[in-house]
Design a protein around this ligand. Structure first.
Ligand code: SAM
Length: 410
């Protein structure tokens, strides 16, 4: 039947395409699983929120904020007007996308089971998580080591965990041990755990020339809740990210996660992208829903929109050996990705997705086609909290979601 035609590829890949649209629903757990051979990502660990209907975004001052939305245009200051206009432009498209989901009864019926039945627990509650952010700051940091264990007994290596490129070069999952906790490193992946101050070391430590650079910076957003999870940095710090040096000289696709602050949009368009040598090509939206399909918050809530933006840009490159850099194809506009969010600020795994299935969706394979000698694609995530097969992860806690308690054995 038509229904099972669409559900079986979803159950396999984690991607549900709404026909003739720019909208997909994804199950991050299924997509993460592609990175592993012997382990699976645990659905109950991933989906620690938004399965109980009581989990909703309400802030103490949400009433006040809601009122802001009802203000007449004259009551808003210039920036609020710009933010409202941006929202009004995206709104019909987001509503339409959400309508697709609410009509997909086959999908809705299995969404509430995505977390799995029994054993509902949150990994972070069960076991002690190390704070890599804190450990990386102490004077002993250079002495901390991680033990890498290959699939075969006897294949064991001990290497520094901070300020060091730690590599799983094998084509199988690798288990690692650090201060009595276990971590799973996906095949052909590596991480460099350091503060932003040392990010330039990446240029010498790994083979640069990345074709895809995904960045999710710790933007300041003034919420006290966020400050408890990880430190944030003022915008101007991100100007120093070595995008030009990391990118392939023939060009790279840069994907930047944004918050909805108008000030930030201005900063990125006017300062950040220009300083990185990146041109803005398209904007994608991540629409966040609960297990019953409803939006995680009122679409019009001023400071808690149920969506975030991903800006896509091209670093055009300087070309090599007097060759002109190849022309990069235009990227489709306004794609919408719907999913049930995981832990606080955790983004859907567009990484694996970019590489594999959604590839045609954003036509990055066209980009890769035009970049000579770089197959398979070389990809890096900056400010990463997890690892992906085939990728380099950099940040001050790239092992955060790699703890073995977030996985089940296949
Ligand atoms: N994309 C990630 C995910 O999906 O889970 C979330 C990234 S979060 C928005 C930003 C990350 O930047 C946090 O892990 C935070 O600890 C890290 N960070 C903050 N300050 C940093 C610094 N000075 N150097 C390196 N990383 C930093």
């Amino acid at each position: 039947s038509k229904t099972s035609d669409k559900l079986s590829p979803f159950l396999e890949s984690g991607i549900y395409r709404f026909e003739n649209s720019n909208v997909v629903f994804i199950d991050p757990v299924r997509m993460l699983n592609r990175s592993y051979t012997r382990f699976r990502s645990s659905p109950s660990a991933y989906y620690s929120r938004f399965f109980d209907s009581k989990e909703t975004i309400v802030t103490s001052d949400s009433k006040k904020r809601k009122r802001k939305e009802n203000k007449t245009p004259h009551d808003l200051n210039e920036r609020e007007q710009a933010a409202t206009l941006r929202h009004q432009q995206a709104r019909p498209m987001l509503l339409k996308a959400h309508g697709f989901l609410m009509k997909a009864t086959d999908l809705l019926a299995i969404m509430k089971d995505l977390r799995g039945g029994s054993n509902i627990c949150s990994s972070t509650e069960l076991s002690e998580q190390h704070s890599f952010i804190e450990l990386g700051k102490v004077w002993q940091a250079p002495l901390y080591e991680i033990i890498l264990k290959g699939a075969w007994k006897g294949l064991e290596r001990v290497v520094p965990v901070f300020n060091n490129l730690v590599v799983n070069e094998t084509s199988d999952d690798m288990e690692a041990e650090f201060l009595n906790n276990k971590y799973i490193l996906p095949r052909e992946s590596c991480f460099y755990m350091s503060d932003l101050g040392q990010v330039h070391n990446l240029i010498h430590e790994c083979n640069v020339g990345f074709n895809l650079i995904v960045i999710d910076p710790p933007w300041e957003n003034g919420s006290a809740r966020q400050k408890l999870r990880y430190p944030t940095l003022p915008n101007w710090y991100f100007l120093s990210l070595p995008i030009k040096q990391l990118a392939h000289p023939d060009g790279a696709l840069v994907a930047l996660w944004m918050t909805n602050r108008e000030k930030l949009h201005n900063f990125v368009q006017k300062e950040l992208f220009p300083s990185w040598g990146v041109s803005h090509e398209a904007t994608y939206y991540w629409l966040k829903v609960k297990a019953d399909g409803s939006l995680i918050s009122d679409l019009d809530l001023f400071h808690h929109r149920p969506y975030e933006c991903l800006l896509l840009g091209y670093f055009h490159g300087q070309g090599t050996n007097s060759k002109q850099p190849p022309r990069l194809r235009p990227i489709k506009h306004d794609q919408i990705i719907i999913s049930i969010p995981g832990e606080y600020s955790r983004k859907p795994p567009i990484g694996g997705k970019f590489l594999m299935l959604v590839l045609p969706l954003i036509s990055i394979e066209l980009l890769l086609e035009h970049v000579p000698d770089v197959k398979p694609a070389r990809c890096i995530e900056l400010f990463a909290r997890e690892m992906t097969a085939g990728w380099t992860s950099w940040g001050n806690e790239p092992l955060h979601f790699q703890q073995s308690t977030s996985f089940v054995r296949d």
